[in-house]
Design a protein around this ligand. Structure first.
Ligand code: URA
Length: 237
């Protein structure tokens, strides 16, 4: 697959795409030993790219949809020796990392990638990527509480963005509810804190959907690589 030169340089982790553009226009970049100053020049994985006479290390780009189990930490290392998401991706020569995080005790859809630009795009708050969570909460959710969640609740002295709320089931004997919450923000413990703000403790949480992607056909602990079309669609969100 071909890509733009500035993207290939940014992707190699040397610098941002904007700085890469500056390097190109300044005549500091060669492609197959020829100086290239035109932005947007297409390169593919066979092209030899140098910046200031130093070859860039090119890695093929991959993004996976992972069904994260509970009791797995969403970082690439853990100093407490707990299982990490990378323990599920052991035979890969490239360095994958998670796009955002799910709590240790949260299960569900987590993207794993080595595409820095895609990760930045998806995590940038301005892009408002919708995420669908299903929470089992203590107590039954009542209409005024739903209204509050929909309009936004105070978290860290800030109002959360409006959410979409749907009660999936109520157990009036055990006094629990299963609630679907759709949000685009991703602050630390966002869902748990939103429910806490309306007086409900989250007993169990899973992320069922990320943008248009679902966990369909995956079991907990499994992953699949995204298709080019899916990656393209994510990029254009
Ligand atoms: N909100 C939470 O509280 N926890 C998660 O893992 C994800 C969203």
């Amino acid at each position: 697959m071909s890509e733009r030169l500035q993207r290939a340089i940014a992707q190699a982790g040397i610098t941002s795409r904007r700085k890469a553009e500056e390097l190109i226009t300044a005549g500091r970049v060669t492609v197959n030993n020829e100086v290239v100053t035109k932005l947007g020049t297409k390169v593919d994985s066979h092209d030899h790219i140098e910046v200031d006479q130093v070859p860039i290390q090119r890695e093929s780009i991959h993004t996976y949809l992972f069904y994260k189990p509970r009791q797995v930490i969403s970082s690439v290392k853990d100093n407490k020796g707990r299982k990490t998401v990378l323990d599920f991706f052991t035979d890969f020569s490239y360095r994958l990392y998670p796009v955002g995080r799910l709590d240790y005790d949260t299960s569900g859809l987590l993207l794993m990638t080595n595409d820095g630009e895609l990760a930045n795009h998806l995590m940038h708050p301005k892009n408002k990527i919708p995420k669908v969570y299903v929470a089992k909460i203590k107590g039954n959710l009542k209409a005024p509480e739903i209204k509050k969640l929909v309009h936004g609740v105070m978290i860290d002295h800030k109002l959360s963005a409006p959410a979409h709320v749907k009660i999936l089931s109520n157990d009036y004997e055990k006094k629990t509810s299963i609630v679907q919450l759709t949000i685009h923000e991703g602050h630390y413990h966002q869902v748990k804190r939103m429910f806490e703000a309306v007086g409900h403790y989250v007993e169990k949480l899973s992320r069922e959907k990320y943008a248009f992607l679902t966990l369909e056909s995956l079991n907990s602990g499994e992953f699949r690589e995204l298709s080019h079309e899916e990656v393209y669609k994510l990029r254009s969100l």
